[in-house]
Design a protein around this ligand. Structure first.
Ligand SMILES: *Cc1c(COP(=O)(O)O)cnc(C)c1O
Length: 364
């Protein structure tokens, strides 16, 4: 059971599957982009050709997400992990503290990095449930004098996702959307900063998308390298230095693909259906289980185990043989994890479900 063209269904958490039509277009254009005589990787970032690619990608992303005009959209390097440090360095001059919500492993990493630059006030934590729930917002303690409130809308490892945008008590809201940006509608105007490593749901690794309200410029520390200063990169159109040009180009093809599907509302409906199908199979069986509280379950990353966990290895090797790849859970938690980002076709989820049902039948 494999997808067409010998390609497998790839459930990798990241770098993750890309839409096949995007890869095909990139292949067609690899050596000679639209008759210009060179491939995109070989073009100067200052060339007319690349500038047109970059501007189109930004315009399409703005359209898809409805980004307000007073927000900058940046195409940077350094990954989401880089932003764990660049966020405090960009936003906290004149402040001693920042609020962080701790909902799992990525939140924790953001907190650890931010602690190098300021006092982290943990406004809420899901630790007591083993990060299987989002703490009730009414019980959060947000320090109103802090620089901002940071949270992780989708915890890629734990499979915990916010179904709401928190109230930040007037503070700039900062979100690590690495594994959820473009999967469902988001009201960008509620946020001070949104950032995402591209390799989950946007494009190839090497690119980090940052969307920032320009009102927050002027809060950067002097020690922040210019290449990661939001204001400097905004002035330079993300070309203060050489940007990740090829990743930017592929991301642009992905944005175009999303537009052709009908935009974010259309992909969100598909994503919700894909996720619900899989959760229904897990919940409807006595064999599979997912530990996350129902109203906090991710549409993008779905961890599960078989029975007591002892058949996980057999499940995974059989899945690989069936063309269902990279279902192994994160090394820190084990079990399985199906990452079903935008590019995972619904047939891939259907194939996984058929395999799960057959595996359960032979094991119980
Ligand atoms: C993958 C991921 C990261 C790390 O991204 P890098 O680009 O590898 O630094 C951070 N946060 C979340 C939520 C992620 O899913």
């Amino acid at each position: 059971m494999t997808a067409v063209n010998g390609r497998v269904f790839n459930f990798s958490a990241g770098p993750a599957a890309l839409p096949e039509v995007v890869l095909q277009q990139a292949a067609d254009e690899m050596t000679n982009w639209r008759g210009c005589g060179a491939g995109v990787m070989e073009l100067s970032h200052r060339s007319r050709e690349f500038v047109s690619i970059a501007e189109q990608a930004e315009a399409d992303l703005r359209e898809l997400l409805g980004v307000p005009d007073n927000y900058s959209v940046l195409f940077l390097q350094g990954g989401a992990t880089g932003q764990f440090g660049f966020v405090p360095l960009n936003l906290s001059r004149g402040f001693a503290d920042a609020n962080y919500v701790n909902t799992g492993q990525w939140s924790k990493k953001a907190i650890t990095q931010a602690s190098n630059y300021l006092n982290v006030h943990v406004a809420a934590t899901g630790e007591e449930s083993g990060f299987c729930h989002i703490p009730d917002e009414s019980a959060w303690s947000v320090n109103p004098d802090a620089a901002y409130l940071h949270y992780t809308p989708n915890e890629t490892i734990g499979g915990v996702e916010f179904g709401f945008v928190p109230d930040s008590a007037g503070l700039p809201l900062v979100a690590d959307m690495s594994s959820t940006l473009l999967s469902r509608p988001v009201d960008v105007s509620r946020f001070g900063v949104i950032y995402a490593g591209a390799q989950k749901n946007i494009g190839p690794s090497g690119l980090t998308v940052v969307i920032v309200n320009r009102d927050l410029f002027g809060r950067a520390h002097d020690i922040l390298p210019d290449a990661f200063n939001y204001e400097s990169q905004d002035k330079a159109g993300s070309m203060l230095n050489t940007p990740p040009t090829y990743s930017w180009y592929i991301a642009g093809l992905v944005f175009n693909w999303l537009k052709s599907l009908g935009g974010i509302d259309a992909i969100a409906a598909i994503n919700e259906r894909k996720a619900n199908k899989l959760y229904d199979v897990i919940d409807g069986s006595d064999y599979y289980s997912n530990p996350v509280k129902k109203d906090c379950r991710s549409w993008m990353n779905i961890p599960f185990i078989c029975g007591d966990g002892s058949a996980d290895d057999a499940f995974l090797s059989g899945a690989t043989e069936a063309g269902l790849h990279t279902l192994k859970g994160h090394r820190s938690v084990g079990g399985m994890r199906a990452s079903i980002y935008n590019a995972m076709p619904e047939e891939g989820v259907d194939a996984l479900i058929s395999y799960m049902q057959e595996f359960e039948r032979t094991r119980t």
